[in-house]
Design a protein around this ligand. Structure first.
Ligand code: TZP
Ligand code: MG
Length: 210
């Protein structure tokens, strides 16, 4: 069965080692068991790992994704994505220009973070395959975040954006429905799964709301 990108974006798990209470390999396996449909390797921040250890972790997590038919996306690091032949890349507004990344990665999936209508339209024009929009709600997981947008910004974007959109930021089980009601195709979460003592159950409860 060929699943569309929109379907794969339903429950998008974003995670690096510093987001986890347990081994990230275990967390990802559990999360996939619970219903995660796409994964983003986001190894950044103060406590992130680097060099060969980071590369080794990326490969291990990519293997887990492959074994389960879950797309493996790399945050920011286009070189890493190309080196390990990831399924795609996710970039923010402060990263390399969208069109450059598209040229480098060819047909791979390209996700772009957008906070406003203008950023969303430009991202689409320049070749984004999907948009990550947020922060939907207050979150402490990412420090350099923009102002809380609320799910309504997705509703506004829906008037002209037809590519898939996921909401991100402070989303837990109780907020999934509101994000989807406002036009998102899926939700992207870090802590709701990575910080749970049972990533499997956390993912299952989220996916039951979708
Ligand atoms: N981009 C906007 S908010 C955010 C990112 C990466 C953090 C999301 O983490 P959480 O724990 O799901 O709020
Ligand atoms: Mg970035």
């Amino acid at each position: 069965m060929i699943t569309s990108l929109k379907e794969k974006l339903k429950l998008y798990f974003v995670m690096g080692s510093s987001n986890c209470k347990q081994d990230p390999r275990y967390v990802l396996r559990e999360a996939i068991e619970g219903g995660v449909t796409m994964y983003q390797f986001r190894e950044k921040g103060d406590k992130c790992i680097t060099g060969q250890i980071r590369l080794g972790l990326a490969k291990d997590l990519q293997r887990i994704c492959k074994d389960n038919g879950v797309p493996f996306i790399v945050n920011d690091d286009v070189d890493l994505a190309m080196e390990i032949d990831a399924d795609g890349v996710h970039i923010g507004q402060e990263d390399q220009p969208i069109e450059n990344v598209r040229t480098i990665i060819g047909e791979k999936i390209l996700g772009v973070s957008a906070h406003t209508m203008e950023e969303a339209n430009i991202a689409v024009q320049k070749g984004a395959d999907y948009l990550g929009v947020g922060p939907m709600y207050r979150t402490t997981t990412k420090s350099d975040i923009r102002e809380v947008q609320g799910p309504k910004v997705i509703n506004q974007m829906r008037s002209c954006i037809t590519i898939p959109i996921v909401g991100i930021g402070g989303i837990d089980e109780s907020r999934v429905k509101e994000v989807i009601r406002n036009g998102a195709d899926g939700v992207a979460v870090i802590s709701a799964i990575s910080q749970s003592t049972s990533p499997r159950l956390a993912a299952r409860y989220l996916s039951e709301k979708l």
